[in-house]
Write a protein that binds this ligand. Structure first.
Ligand code: GAR
Length: 202
C-alpha cells in the first residue's frame, strides 16, 4: 500500500475525502502522516479524530529551504512515498521537489493553466468563463505549473455566486484527488515531458 504524506494549511476537506476513500476501500493507500504549517488548521482535528499521525511544523519566520528541510525530514521519518498537497498554501523549493521526484502532487480549484494562484474560483467568476473545474497535477518549483494528471470540468451557471460555484468545484475536487492517487498507486501514471500518460487498468 502506498504511503501518503498529506500537507495542509487549513480546512482539510480534501485530506478528509482522501481518508474517506481509503476507509471505504476505494483507495489502496495509507496516510502515514498529516503535516500542517499552521497550528490552527481545522484539518488537524480530523486527523486527531481518526488517529492519523499528525505534526505541526510552523512556517512563519523560517527561511524556505530550512522549512522544506524540516518537512522532508518528517516525511522520511514516516517513510512517505507520495506527497499530497491538500490546500497547503506554500510554494515548495526546488530541493523539496528534487527530494521526491514525480512524487509530489497538488489539487487546484481551476482548470490549469487558467487561474493559478490564490482565489482561483473568484478569478474564474470575474473572468466570466463558462467552464470551471479542478486539476490534480505534479508539483514543480513554480506556482501551479507541473504536468497535469487529471482534470474535472464544472459548468458555471448564470445564477452561480462565488460560494455556489466554489462548493460545486470542491465536490469535484473530493472525487478527483483520490482517483489520481489510486492511478499512481497502481503505477499507471508516467510523465513524458509536460504530458502525463495514464495506462489502462489491469
Ligand atoms: C481547495 O479548494 C484546494 O483546491 C485549494 O485550497 C482549498 C483547500 O481546501 N488549493 C489551492 O488553491 C492551491 N493552489 P481544503 O483544506 O478543504 O482541502
Amino acid at each position: 500500500m502506498i504511503r501518503l504524506g498529506v500537507l495542509i494549511s487549513g480546512r482539510g476537506s480534501n485530506f478528509e475525502a482522501i481518508s474517506n476513500a481509503i476507509n471505504v476501500g476505494k483507495l489502496d493507500a495509507e496516510i502515514a502522516v498529516v503535516i500542517s504549517n499552521r497550528a490552527s488548521a481545522a484539518g488537524l482535528e480530523i486527523a486527531r479524530d481518526r488517529g492519523i499521525p499528525m505534526r505541526v511544523i510552523p512556517s512563519q519566520g523560517i527561511d524556505r529551504e530550512k522549512y522544506d528541510g524540516l518537512v522532508i525530514e518528517e516525511l522520511r521519518t514516516h517513510e512517505v512515498e507520495l506527497v499530497c498537497l491538500a490546500g497547503f498554501m506554500r510554494l515548495l523549493s526546488a530541493s523539496f521537489v528534487q527530494a521526491f521526484p514525480n512524487r509530489v502532487i497538488n489539487i487546484h480549484p481551476s482548470l490549469l493553466p487558467a487561474f493559478p494562484g490564490l482565489d482561483a474560483q473568484k478569478q474564474a467568476v470575474e473572468y466570466g468563463v463558462k467552464i470551471a473545474g479542478c486539476t490534480v497535477h505534479f508539483v514543480d518549483e513554480f506556482l501551479d505549473s507541473g504536468p497535469i494528471i487529471l482534470q474535472t470540468a464544472v459548468p458555471v451557471l448564470d445564477k452561480d455566486t462565488l460560494e455556489s460555484l466554489s462548493a460545486r468545484i470542491l465536490l469535484q475536487e473530493h472525487m478527483t484527488y483520490w482517483r489520481a492517487i489510486q492511478m499512481i498507486a497502481e503505477e499507471r501514471v508516467s510523465v513524458e515531458g509536460r504530458r502525463v500518460v495514464i495506462s489502462d487498468a489491469a
